[in-house]
Design a protein around this ligand. Structure first.
Ligand code: ATP
Ligand code: MG
Length: 406
């Protein structure tokens, strides 16, 4: 049985000094965007929730779309009916009969918001529960641990009957907590970091460093595809800034500190990202670092690398282990793309002995010895190629290289 409606609940967006109304409005826009391909649905906003009338659209399709809207705490397929006892009883029975598997036990939980309704919640529990028990032989009431909780909300405009609560992605509506730059490699970690940052309400623009022609066109397409996947969580598009890192990387590789190459590269990347952040009015940099994973992600390395920028470095994966990260990557649909074999610029000149414990003053001296580094950083930031990438873009492999993305 297709339900009539979906009831969407938000989390508690309690940010001091910020108006809750801003979040509520934004999440309504996001839901509308996510469901734009379904013209028959009708949306109504109420305090802390949204009602969707399906008008014949398939529940499963709509539910799948809602799973990618940040800020949704949970949702329920509901039957809506008039505020009359017999109508509520009939709807309750329908909902019970429509369960995929008939339970052995249940309980009824009524919430009467409309105080004009003649029976209070306790009476209604009995009036509806008794009816369901009479009609469905073999069913028993279990108040402590029911297999099914049949919920009924009596609101002024009508009553809502449902039995399932589906968890949403949680978090904050996209873009309600400021903007940051995402350092996106082609690996497994940074797309997951981007997803988690966006789920917390950050708007993102992605920055990818390539060393074309040492890195291939496929490596670039892979990153475009990752951004396309991430853009499915935004309700719109994500900007991707492609930065040529070839000259800087070559200059770094030529200096006489092979163990510091990765440290120096990361610092230059951050400085370019910081410049782009300034131009794009972003207030932070998100990376896929996870503590201890590789030499550049020891606490000591992160300390020396991070000192090159004054922007906050946000590392959503910092305490996660690899299996946890992979689980999320699969869930959000980036894993299969991330494991494609195309090389990243950082894997090109990887030293055999990258330091896990760099010394800041040694690093600063090595950096000062690289001719024109500051100028190359300025030029790289000035010469970025920027793309706007949305979920409905044709497959990245087909369109890469064309200018007309839309
Ligand atoms: P990932 O799986 O995201 O590549 P990783 O565990 O392989 O991460 P590194 O390759 O050392 O770790 O990179 C650490 C972080 O630095 C990445 O998560 C990403 O945020 C950033 N980064 C690395 N290479 C690039 C690149 N070519 N362009 C943009 N950001 C990069
Ligand atoms: Mg990597």
């Amino acid at each position: 049985m297709n339900p009539d409606m979906i009831l969407i609940r938000f989390g508690e967006f309690t940010v001091k000094g910020k108006n809750r109304g801003v979040f509520d409005k934004r999440i309504a826009e996001q839901v509308k965007q996510a469901l734009r391909a379904y013209p028959r649905i009708a949306m109504t906003r109420a305090f802390g929730r949204i009602y969707i009338e399906l008008n014949g659209e398939r529940y499963e399709e709509i539910a799948a779309k809602l799973a990618s809207v940040f800020g949704i705490a949970s949702f329920s397929p509901v039957r809506r009916t008039a505020n009359e006892l017999e109508a509520i009883r009939a709807a309750a029975l329908d909902v019970m009969r429509a369960l995929p598997k008939q339970p052995g036990t249940f309980k009824v939980s009524v919430r009467r918001v409309d105080k004009g309704f003649p029976h209070d919640s306790q009476e209604m529990n009995h009036l509806v529960g008794g009816h369901v028990l009479r009609e469905l032989p073999g069913l028993a009431v279990n108040v402590r641990e029911p297999e099914v909780e049949l919920k009924i909300e009596i609101q002024p405009e009508g009553s809502y009957v449902y039995s399932s609560v589906v968890p949403g992605p949680g978090g904050y509506p996209y873009g309600t907590n400021g903007k940051a730059m995402l350092l996106l490699s082609g690996g497994i970690d940074s797309p997951v970091a981007g997803y988690l940052a966006m789920r917390q309400g950050l708007e993102l623009e992605a920055v990818h460093f390539h060393s074309y022609p040492f890195t291939s066109e496929q490596a670039k397409e892979k990153v475009i595809e990752l951004v396309r996947r991430l853009s499915g969580y935004t309700g719109g598009a994500i900007k991707l800034h492609l930065v040529s890192f070839t000259d800087i990387q070559t200059a770094i590789a030529q200096c006489n500190h092979s163990s510091l190459i990765i440290t120096l590269m990361r610092r230059s990347m951050l400085r370019i990202a910081e410049r782009l952040a300034g131009q794009r009015e972003a207030l932070g940099i998100v990376t896929g670092d996870s503590l201890g994973q590789v030499a550049s992600q020891t606490l000591s390395s992160m300390n020396v690398i991070g000192r090159t920028t004054e922007l906050p470095l946000l590392r959503p994966l910092i305490t996660m282990d690899k299996n946890e990260i992979i689980r999320i990557a699969r869930q959000i649909g980036t894993f299969e793309t991330s494991i494609l074999p195309y090389e990243d610029c950082c894997t090109l000149f990887v030293p055999k002995n990258p330091t896990t414990n760099p010394n800041l003053s040694v690093v600063e001296k090595a950096e000062a010895g690289i001719p024109n580094l500051e100028e190359m950083i300025r030029q790289a930031a000035a010469a970025v190629e920027t793309m706007t990438i949305a979920p409905d873009m044709k497959s990245a492999t087909e369109t890469a290289g064309e200018d007309d993305w839309f």
